[in-house]
Design a protein around this ligand. Sequence first.
Ligand code: MG
Ligand code: MG
Length: 256
Amino acid sequence: MITIKSKEEIDFLRKGGKRLGAILKMVAERVSPGISTRALDEFAHSLITKNSDIPSFLNYQPHGADRPYPATTCLSINEEIIHGIPNEDEKILKEGDIVGIDIGLIHEGVFLDSAITVGVGEIDESAKKLIRATREALEAGIKAARGGGNVGDIGHAIETLVKGSGFSLADGLSGHGVGRAVHEDPYVPNMGRKGEGPLLKPGMVLAIEPMLNEGTSKIKLLKDGYTYVTADGTRSAHFEHTVVITEGAPIVVTRI
Ligand code: MG
Ligand code: MG
């Protein structure tokens, strides 16, 4: 079921979104060669709970998962597309890596979701291009998310931008409704046709999140049950904002 959020919920989404945007920025600033993803995760946890908000990914059990998600953040390095699990021992960032930082929080009962991808130290030109194209794909999707349109308009805009970029969209992974839960209806695919899919109505809240791969669009799920990686081992980037649909341009609540 697609829900329409109240004015009060939208006010809380605006406040919580600013907080999440600021937290993502602070976590990104801490990214450097030698730091573990677990340390970044603990930092994010402290920033969220210090404000009396709640990490929404921690202990969340998605449909089909056999155990709850064990961390506050998803930190996805290089070929990891999304849902990389922070780990003290195995996951130490090194110069030249790229890392997707995806965080969800609950503020006054409303759920926010946002992600960015950043380089660790100096990164190569292809990685810079991949990150830039993914950010542009998100902006194209946001621009297409207007009341009176359809969910397919968003995917169409993202897909059109990615076609000219030389990169591919990760197969089968999509955005989603958000606001009253981590994941809600509708699915927000990163490809589609204009005028298709559910109608966009003011008060709907969506997480728009393109994921671009350097090589193949094919993906694999690792044995941990959460981490999606590119099938060919090339790198992947991810950007995400939570947006509120209005009559005109959407409110990008997680933008700071
Ligand atoms: Mg997310
Ligand atoms: Mg999401």
